[in-house]
Design a protein. Structure first.
Length: 223
């Protein structure tokens, strides 16, 4: 099995987590795990810290260690955060990958959306325009993030979702969520978003795809 071939390349603690899927609530104490895995407490604590950083477990003082559902986002967050600390240009490269992912999964994602999802997308569009047309004008960044994630939220692929979620955290980290592009730029972005949502609701997925691709190019021409 693939899992058996991969497991030797991970730590004893991660191998334990993978081989004990029934242990969803509270894991054994560190002392018990140390004996069971035949490793020192110091080594186990190091492995546990890695697992926590990767989002595999949650450690609380009163409730102990608990397994979390698998998410790819924490691992990307750690690596991408380091990359951005080295050079902000890494964001552009990561954004290019994210844009290709959204384009590649567009048709699969929008076909999975429910009527409730479509209703939520329209609510997001309405809120965004209210912010843009209000006094004072507000940047609908939260709506921007919610809209894109909502479009792809039905995909049963934690790796794609992880990249998309990490992108928005990095987007904020490099300061793209502030009012830096100008009012005309924001209006143009949200006109594209409206076309995307209307196309999803009308089943005209090709029109939405074209709007998606065109609007992602705006980031690189942002004033």
């Amino acid at each position: 099995m693939l899992r058996e071939r991969v497991s030797p390349n991970i730590s004893e603690f991660l191998r334990y987590l993978a081989s004990h899927p029934e242990a969803d609530d509270k894991l054994p104490s560190l002392n018990d795990l140390s004996r069971e895995l035949n490793i020192s407490l110091a080594s186990l604590r190091e492995q546990l810290e890695v697992a926590r950083a990767l989002g595999f477990v949650e450690v609380r003082q009163k409730t102990g260690t608990r397994r979390l559902g698998y998410s790819f986002t924490p691992a990307i967050r750690q690596s991408l955060g380091y990359a951005l600390a080295l050079n902000d240009e890494h964001f552009r490269k990561f954004a290019e990958m994210r844009n290709h992912l959204e384009a590649a999964y567009w048709y699969e994602a929008v076909k999975l959306l429910t009527e409730e999802d479509k209703h939520e997308l329209n609510i997001i569009i309405t809120r965004a325009w209210e912010k843009l047309r209000g006094t004072p004008v507000q940047v609908p960044h939260e709506e921007h993030r919610k809209l894109h994630l909502a479009i792809f939220n039905r995909l049963d692929n934690p790796f794609v979702i992880g990249v998309l979620e990490a992108y928005w955290e990095a987007y904020e980290a490099v300061g793209l969520n502030v009012f830096a592009g100008g009012y005309e730029y924001l209006q143009e972005v949200w006109r594209y978003h409206q076309v995307m949502v209307e196309s999803i609701c009308n089943g005209q997925f090709e029109v939405g795809y074209e709007a998606l691709v065109r609007h992602t190019d705006l980031l690189y021409h942002r004033p």
